[in-house]
Design a binder for this molecule. Structure first.
Ligand code: SF4
Length: 335
């Protein structure tokens, strides 16, 4: 279901724009909104009568299948969608939530479990928001990152529709909505035009165009220099720095030549480089560098003028790589 369809249903039930905003806010923000106003005081009767059926449909968009808490305070949630597909969301420390935008993914990053399945289906904008609604039943959410399963640029209309609702009626600041992409020309065209301009995270992983083609085989062919130039332009326009994501793969993208390439490309940029040591995945040949090595790399880059943060990916003690929970659930179902 798309948010546009919810709006249409509300209009057909007699909702004026103010009523539409109220009902959508109530859905996304939950009880806090409900307490503020009594619907009987201002919603038309026809709408009040239509609401229970709509609310039941919204509640059925996604159901919590299992919760996997981690020592770092994050919680991986396995969610079931109405057609039986499963997706993952991750509650992050400090009131963050990572949501999925597709079931599967067509980019096919060779180190990613989700990439192995290919694209199974798009996630509707209402299903994206439903992940926030479900997460808020467990704890407050003030930041949403679109970094779960899927490539948001490949489901752009739905992701932007969800971002617009979360940024206008979801009590989430625009810079706390983080659109993550491997880089796609359509993103740089559409994001600056939207009413809500999210922060941008670009998955770079290497500065070597040929290696990037191997690691991200079906990402749009954009040279790292072009990506960074477009990212810099967006960062200057919005006033918040670009986040460059770099999954550190032992012996693959951590060589001295790569580090020199990072310095050439990112020194002095309005950007943060997030180094994320790889989460090992069964059956995949990639390794995680030691934490000491990762720390030395971060220190080196920082010393050479690249604002660098070393990050753990959340929940790595509970099959933390994106797509692993879903893959395990599918294996159990097949067994
Ligand atoms: Fe898709 Fe992201 Fe996995 Fe790449 S890392 S295959 S873009 S989900």
């Amino acid at each position: 279901m798309q948010i546009a369809q919810i709006r249409e249903r509300l209009r057909q039930a007699g909702a004026a724009p103010i009523h539409e905003r109220h009902v959508l806010r109530q859905w996304v923000q939950g009880a806090a909104q409900t307490r503020k106003r009594n619907p009987e005081d201002f919603l038309p009767r026809s709408l009040r009568e239509a609401l229970p059926a709509l609310q039941a449909d919204l509640a059925a968009l996604a159901a919590l299948r299992s919760v996997h808490p981690s020592e770092d305070g994050s919680e991986r949630l396995l969610l079931g969608l109405r057609d039986g597909q499963t997706i993952e969301s991750v509650l992050l420390p400090r009131e963050g939530l990572c949501v999925s935008t597709q079931v599967g993914c067509a980019v096919g990053c060779v180190f990613c479990m989700t990439g192995r399945t290919g694209l199974i289906r798009q996630i509707g904008s209402a299903e994206i928001v439903a992940q926030v609604v479900l997460a808020r039943q467990r704890r407050p959410v003030r930041k949403v990152v679109f970094m779960g399963m899927g490539e948001p640029a490949h489901n752009l209309d739905a992701v932007l529709e969800a971002i617009e609702l979360l940024g206008t009626g979801g009590a989430i600041g625009h810079k706390n909505l983080v659109f993550s992409t491997v880089g796609d020309p359509r993103v740089f065209e559409r994001l600056p035009r939207g009413p809500v301009k999210p922060a941008l995270a670009l998955s770079l992983h290497t500065t070597d165009a040929a290696l990037r083609e191997q690691l991200l085989p079906r990402a749009p062919r954009m040279a790292p220099q072009e990506l960074v130039a477009l990212g810099e332009d967006y960062a200057r326009r919005t006033g918040y720095p670009i986040q460059y994501q770099w999954t550190l793969l032992d012996g693959i993208n951590d060589s001295p030549a790569e580090l020199d390439g990072i310095v050439r490309l990112l020194r002095g940029r309005y950007a943060v480089l997030n180094l994320i040591p790889y989460n090992a995945v069964d059956d995949l040949p990639f390794r995680r560098p030691s934490w000491e090595r990762a720390r030395a790399i971060a220190r080196d880059l920082h010393g050479r003028g690249v604002l660098t943060k070393l990050r753990q990916s959340a929940g790595q003690d509970v099959e933390g790589g994106c797509g692993q929970l879903r893959a395990r659930a599918a294996r159990l179902k097949a067994a």
